[in-house]
Design a protein. Structure first.
Length: 202
């Protein structure tokens, strides 16, 4: 059985949990914050040399970073496919994920730090508002991409999964998908109705 090193509040870990749920692959979750010894274990260090989650061990395969793991899972468990067969389309999805990780997803992480992880007296409202504006800009681009489509690249894919956990965290950060972004609003309602959305929350 696949061993997934993760922790409950990790959006990146949840990306992998969504893929495993979509493909109905059983796995053993290992909470790296639940036992300090886990982070020092040779197995975790081999799977994640940088000490980050998610990371997996699958037989003699040791992998870290959500997109690398999800590509591996999609290849090993091809049904249902979460990447298109066309290499050109795969490259487009990879480019989208790389850019969104450095942009909107990063800003969501920085907003989370400012809103939740910092002590109240160290939180800066101007930083929060700046990040919320930058996140809204990213959501507008997603809304444009979704014109005439159910999912970001037509069919449900790793592109949708790469942003799902992070967007779902927005309400607790005083943000969310603005109501005027009709395409993005409808898209995320479809995402939330997928069984993998609820199954990946634990």
């Amino acid at each position: 059985m696949i061993k997934l090193f993760c922790f409950p509040r990790s959006g990146n870990s949840r990306e992998v949990k969504i893929v495993l749920a979509e493909k109905k692959v059983p796995f053993e979750p290992v909470n790296v914050h639940g036992d300090p010894a886990v982070k020092e274990s040779p197995e975790f260090k081999k799977a994640s040399p940088k000490g980050t989650v998610p990371a997996i061990v699958d037989g003699d395969v040791f992998l870290s970073e959500a997109y690398a793991i999800n590509r591996y899972l999609d290849k090993k468990f091809p049904s249902p496919p979460l990447l298109p067969s066309s290499q050109e389309k795969k490259d487009e999805i990879e480019k989208f994920i790389r850019e969104i990780d450095k942009g909107m997803v990063l800003n969501i992480g920085l907003l989370l730090i400012e809103c939740i992880l910092k002590p109240k007296d160290q939180q800066r409202e101007e930083v929060k508002e700046k990040k919320r504006r930058e996140i809204a800009d990213g959501l507008e681009k997603i809304d444009q991409m979704l014109a005439g489509k159910e999912y970001l690249f037509g069919e449900y894919s790793l592109a949708d999964i790469a942003v799902t956990p992070h967007i779902s965290a927005l309400p607790m950060l005083g943000s969310g998908i603005p109501a005027y972004l009709k395409n993005a609003t409808a898209w995320f309602e479809r995402i939330k109705k997928r069984p993998s959305f609820a199954q990946s929350q634990s």
